[in-house]
Write a protein that binds this ligand. Structure first.
Ligand SMILES: [Mg+2]
Length: 209
């Protein structure tokens, strides 16, 4: 049976910078940037949102109440959208894997606002066979539930799943299930890993290959 390839989104397909959001948001709230950053990143709020316990409207209402944000949910969502930058090398590796006929899946701790934006903005999105998203499956990596969802949707287990993520704890959880998991840090290393798994050739870089 052919393997499938799972891609984390943040820091693998798309870089992101919450600092951009904080800088734009803070002047519209009663919080300074340091307080707002801690509130969004270190409080349980984002994890509750990304594990599907809060809808986007509920998430927005909590932020509005707790920071006194003066804008609308639409404005807030627009601030959220500006934080991403594509990681072209990995997007190209994905394109080549899809072209070779393998199924691929996104596998991400994320939220509905981010996905609404990403799914409309990047042409890699519809090239994926399917999407395993924390807020939809109501489980965050590295908890088992989201890994089980990928196994169920793809019909693969163990070494039939090749998986890229930038977070070591997520990779550990994949390796513990027997997946061929690799911690993405550098495009050349990731390319070499995928070539070693037999799902990429080096021809993308070298016309003599
Ligand atoms: Mg990530």
């Amino acid at each position: 049976m052919k393997p499938v390839v799972a891609f984390d989104i943040g820091k693998v397909l798309l870089d992101f910078n919450y600092g951009i959001l904080i800088t734009k948001l803070a002047p519209r709230t009663q919080c300074d940037e340091v307080t707002l950053d801690a509130y969004l990143n270190q409080s349980p709020l984002l994890a509750e949102y990304e594990s599907g316990q809060l809808t986007s409207s509920e998430f927005f209402t909590r932020i509005q109440n707790e920071t006194k944000f003066t804008g609308t949910e639409f404005e807030f969502a627009a601030f959220f959208e500006d934080i991403f930058t594509p990681i072209e090398e990995v997007i190209e590796m994905h394109r080549q894997i899809v072209e070779s006929g393998l199924s691929t899946y996104t596998f991400s701790n994320t939220n509905e606002m981010a996905v609404r934006h990403i799914s409309h903005s990047y042409d890699f999105w519809p090239r994926f066979t399917g999407h395993i998203l924390s807020h939809e499956v109501k489980s965050l990596k590295p908890n088992a539930g989201i890994y089980e969802s990928l196994e169920a949707l793809s019909g693969r287990i163990g070494e039939a799943i090749i998986y890229l993520d930038d977070r070591p704890e997520n990779i550990e959880a994949g390796l513990a299930r027997g997946w061929r998991a690799f911690c993405h840090q550098d495009a050349n290393e990731t390319q070499a890993f995928l070539e070693a798994q037999g799902v990429l050739t080096s021809s993308g870089h070298d016309s003599t290959a």
